[in-house]
Design a protein around this ligand. Structure first.
Ligand SMILES: [Cu+2]
Length: 393
């Protein structure tokens, strides 16, 4: 949780992104004195001052040019920076598998998940980290089925150490991914009936577990009820962190893999349209994490295993592995923050924004368009069906 001298060193070296770390003689300064000082500095700096940190005693103030944490910007050559995941694509990407019928007439959904542990990706400009991945990203792919479906996961270990796939939910002992160690180069087929409906994490369960999770071996498994939930703009949010200096404390916190991403790229939603977030906490090292929504309230369904919400609130706090479903609509258009209400996490990357637009009246009035959402990556309106869209694994 501390910003270590090593990390500060890395940040100072990153002069290309104009990072200046200011630490007062007492360890940290009062934020007002820094803000006041910045108001009397030279006009060039005044045009773009940004002071972060200091709300949590013991943490230094960082003054930045404002572009410190956005690894998905392009390089000078125009290539996208190689980040752990594309957060905007990940947000609404649901994989329903390769669909067929089992002999007894059930829906069989087949997925392939490949573990690896050799990738090095940019966590923040100039900060590189060895990620361990399912299918090459952190978080791994969101897989989705309907209650009663047969789920078959062809698991391949392309890594250099043993890995496994442990899903939460109900299944036989030998499908639990705990005692069956899959060696490098090994394969295993997990097969079980999807139950109950809800939202579940999946993750590697090899020891040391802390290390396998901290490096990124996790993702989300959604089981829909047989009678579908009401149509909504659905999205997945996974809360995580990165310990880039190996002191068992996180240096960066995110939702969906990249610190601050949705601050630079707001999640676009429509006014009065139901939004449903599948929220999962996979943060290692810190015992708690949370989600706070600005200027609004949400219905909260813990674990997503009931159809009636437990609570109407604007904040939910979870332990590692805990998760739930959030549902809300925005009454007013505009830009609204969402972030960890643990201030330290927010100021080290776990914050984002919703951009609420008026929406398209003709779309809202046509029930057939209820699966439509705004694809802010491609600047188009996109749709989804529960069977085919979102790709096959
Ligand atoms: Cu593992």
């Amino acid at each position: 949780m501390r910003i270590s001298p090593m990390l500060i060193g890395v940040a100072i070296i990153s002069t290309a992104v104009a990072v200046i770390i200011t630490i007062g003689a007492g360890g940290y300064k009062n934020i007002n004195s820094v803000l006041n000082a910045s108001q009397t500095s030279d006009p060039d700096k005044e045009s773009n001052p940004k002071v972060v940190g200091s709300h949590t005693p013991g943490y230094p103030i960082a003054t930045t040019s404002g572009n410190i944490l956005d690894p998905l910007q392009t390089t000078e050559d125009g290539d996208p920076v190689d980040a752990v995941v594309d957060p905007m694509k990940y947000l609404r990407e649901f994989n329903y598998g390769k669909v067929s019928r089992s002999q007894d007439g059930k829906t069989l959904r087949e997925f392939t998940i490949i573990a690896s542990d050799n990738l090095v990706k940019e966590i923040s400009p100039g900060v590189f980290y060895n990620i361990w991945t399912f299918n090459g990203t952190v978080p791994g792919p969101t897989i989705r089925a309907t209650e009663g479906d047969i789920v078959r996961i062809n698991f391949i270990n392309n890594g250099s150490m043993p890995h496994s796939l442990h899903l939460h939910g109900i299944h036989p002992a030998n499908m639990d991914g705990v005692f069956e160690m899959i060696s490098p180069g090994g394969e295993f087929t997990y097969e079980f009936t999807a139950e109950p409906f809800g939202v579940f994490p999946y993750h590697c369960h090899m020891t040391p577990l802390e290390e396998h999770i901290a490096h990124g071996l996790y993702g989300v498994f959604i089981v829909d009820p047989k009678a579908p939930r009401p149509p909504a703009d659905e999205m997945v949010m996974v809360m995580n962190g990165y310990d880039t200096d190996f002191d068992a404390e996180n240096n960066f916190y995110t939702v969906n893999g990249v610190p601050y991403y949705y601050m630079h790229h707001p999640v676009q939603i429509q006014k009065d349209r139901l939004v449903r977030i599948y929220l999962v906490n996979m943060l290692e090292f810190d015992p708690l994490n949370n989600f706070h929504l600005h200027a609004n309230m949400f219905d909260y369904y813990p674990s997503g295993t009931r159809l009636q919400p437990d609570e109407l609130t604007d904040i939910v706090t979870t332990n590692q592995g805990e998760r739930g479903i959030l549902e809300f609509k925005y009454k007013y258009p505009g830009k609204f923050m969402f972030h960890a209400h643990k201030t330290e996490f927010a100021e080290k990357g776990w914050m984002g924004t919703f951009l609420v637009t008026e929406g398209n009246e003709s779309q809202k009035s046509n029930p057939a368009n209820s699966g439509i959402f705004y694809d802010s990556l491609n600047n188009t309106i996109a749709g989804k069906s529960p069977v085919n869209s979102g790709g096959q694994l």
